[in-house]
Design a protein. Structure first.
Length: 314
């Protein structure tokens, strides 16, 4: 008998669906199910694994309703939507999909930074609306060369972003709590980094430790000429403070791929020309998603075959 698994979310490509379908008896559910729903209660007792996205919550309630749960395989590098301590206590394994998405996420961070600084969507709207022949006023953008890029979270993705931005002639500085490579580039505090930087790129993990780490003080330190790019998690930014600062010019511009309450984006942002908004697509390429799917399934297979897990979360 194939092990029964719960597959949470609606991001799954036909390829991933086929792979998991071959190895496991799958129950696909678009969002986190709740005990008491008859269809869920009927299957909950037999579920031995959960395959989930990086953002869809494996809540403590869900864990409590799955008595046979052995492993949670996260299709993503971020594991902030998973209650790690609770799962560890219960001896339930957790795996994620690091490395295979790093380059595509870093490419996207740079794409978003360039689009925001050079205001690509605004220019596109300008041309489409017939602004070019009408010669409406357009203010000049700023260049990247010679500017300081502050990277918050200098792990695999942060370092890959830094490598790319160096190629644009930017000076790199970073901040993270733990010591990292290139100690001379590390700023003494997040606030110091924001003061030193022209552009701040958020690459840190989500979760309670980083919640609202980017508050009004950091936003104001980045300032009216500053640009904020977030490809990390919406939770790391005080979104209300960010919206207000973008509205009244205390912050210059922002490129945002992630939000506090996805897929809901604060409507106040829609009216602003100094923001670029994307729907959490850093890793959304055929190649990255294929590799993430394969790794997420490989972790599940290894577990049920009694093999070492390829990418366990420590
Ligand atoms: C995906 C992500 O959006 O890796 C992560 O942590 O947030 C993204 O790659 C998501 O996990 C897709 O399942």
């Amino acid at each position: 008998m194939k092990p029964e698994i719960l597959v949470l979310g609606s991001v799954w490509s036909p390829e991933v669906r086929a792979q998991v379908g071959q190895a496991f008896q799958c129950h696909f559910v678009p969002s986190t199910p709740v005990a008491g729903e008859p269809a869920f209660d009927a299957i909950a007792g037999g579920i031995r694994a959960v395959l989930t996205t990086g953002t869809l919550g494996v809540t403590p309630e869900l864990v409590a309703s799955l008595p046979a749960l052995e492993i949670v395989s996260v299709h993503g590098v971020g594991v902030d939507a998973v209650p790690l301590a609770l799962l560890a206590d219960k001896g339930i394994h957790v795996t994620n999909t690091p490395d295979v998405l790093t380059d595509d996420v870093a490419d996207f961070a740079v794409t978003l930074l360039l689009s925001t600084v050079r205001r690509l969507p605004l220019l596109d709207r300008y041309v489409r609306a017939g602004g070019w022949p009408a010669k409406g006023p357009l203010t000049q953008a700023r260049s990247l060369k010679g500017k300081v890029a502050g990277i918050v979270g200098f792990g695999r993705i942060g370092q890959a972003v830094a490598q790319r931005l160096q190629g644009f002639g930017m000076e790199i500085r970073y901040h993270q709590r733990s010591p990292g490579p290139a100690p001379e580039k590390r700023s003494s505090s997040l606030l110091a980094l924001a003061e030193e930087s022209d552009m701040l790129v958020l690459c840190m993990p989500g979760g309670p430790d980083t919640r609202h780490m980017i508050g009004l003080d950091v936003i104001e330190a980045l300032g009216p000429e500053g640009t904020l790019v977030n490809i990390a998690r919406g939770s790391v930014v005080d979104e209300a403070a960010l919206v207000a600062a973008l509205q009244d010019g205390r912050l210059g511009a922002a490129g945002l791929d992630v939000f506090e309450d996805e897929p809901n984006v604060p409507p106040a942002l829609f009216a602003l020309d100094n923001v670029v908004l994307t729907p959490h697509v850093g890793s959304f390429t055929v190649e990255a998603r294929r590799a993430m799917g394969q790794l997420a399934v490989a972790n599940l297979r290894a577990h049920f075959d009694g093999e070492p897990l390829p990418t366990p979360v420590v």
